[in-house]
Design a protein around this ligand. Structure first.
Ligand code: ATP
Ligand code: MG
Length: 269
């Protein structure tokens, strides 16, 4: 599955291409280098995702199991924004969870750039997960934390070669929330909370964003604004984005759509 080729994408610019070195690096003392997030030079553009023969079965009882992924093949080219559509229960979330290594497959391969996700060791898996930005339908923000602290959460325990607070402040501005760093987002509108969650997804300079129904809890106008934000990420930073969605507006504006039925790709293009 390869969507329409992208042409004339602008060079990465602005905050999403920033090195974050402006105010000095933020390295946890005594931390070992292998846990370091990727260097700025390695961050350009999006990841290529290749899935082959992907299978996942959930065993409900010894006799009963559900096949949530049933031999999925797909390719997402770097910098594509791809809608994953299909009826409820068809396996959209499962596919994103497998690609994001939240779940492990029973069979098949997932290759993200040069990484064979299904065979990673435990520590490599943790590193891989940190290289991906996740966006969820219900935002999954921590209610007691400020917007800024929510955004820095994914990198809190890890050394980074950028200043975490500086980058979080920049990202909040990027998503239209400048000046709201110290407020509690739990009191905000759904659209604003989703903006915080997108800023959080971007903190580690991901090459791949996996968004599971990011507009599912939003009215159509707010959903359109969130979609615009995601399209902007693709256009300015070249990030690869996969969006599981029931929202036809997202599917219409994506570079490609993968339709899933009963754990199988039934159409793509
Ligand atoms: N952790 C789990 N344990 C057992 N069954 C699961 C689990 N996760 C998913 N399933 C089952 O796998 C199938 C696919 O679920 P999945 O959540 O991937 O569908 P979906 O397409 O995302 O649905 P929706 O549009 O409602 O979000 C469903 O039958 C679901 O009940
Ligand atoms: Mg789902």
């Amino acid at each position: 599955m390869i969507g329409r080729p992208r042409r004339n994408r602008p060079e990465p610019s602005g905050i999403l291409a920033s090195t974050g070195h402006e105010n000095g690096a933020d390295r946890a003392s005594g931390s070992s280098a292998p846990h370091q997030l990727p260097a700025a030079a390695d961050r350009a553009a999006g990841a290529r995702v290749v899935v082959r023969g992907l299978a996942k079965r959930y065993r409900l009882t010894p006799e009963v199991s559900i096949t949530a992924a049933d031999g999925i093949d797909l390719t997402v080219e770097p910098g594509q924004i791809v809608a994953v559509t299909g009826p409820s229960g068809s396996g959209k979330s499962t596919l994103l969870h497998l690609i994001g290594a939240i779940e492990r497959p029973d069979a098949g391969t997932i290759t993200v750039d040069d990484t064979e996700v299904a065979t990673l060791t435990r520590s490599a898996l943790a590193r891989y997960r940190r290289s991906i930005g996740f966006v969820f339908q219900r935002y999954n923000l921590l209610p007691a934390l400020s917007a800024l602290d929510n955004v820095t959460t994914p990198v809190l325990s890890y050394p980074t070669d950028f200043d975490k607070k500086t980058r979080a402040t920049q990202l909040l501005a990027q998503v239209g929330l400048a000046g709201r760093e110290s407020s509690l987002p739990s009191r905000w509108s759904g659209g604003q909370q989703q903006r915080v969650s997108i800023a959080r997804a971007l903190i580690g300079h991901p090459r791949l964003i996996l968004a599971d129904e990011p507009t599912g809890n939003l009215d159509s106008h707010t959903g359109a604004e969130i979609l615009q934000l995601l399209l902007g990420l693709r256009d300015t930073a070249g990030v690869t984005i996969m969006i599981a969605t029931h929202d036809t507006a997202i599917a219409a504006r994506a570079d490609a759509t993968i339709h899933i039925t009963d754990g199988r790709v039934t159409s793509d293009g």
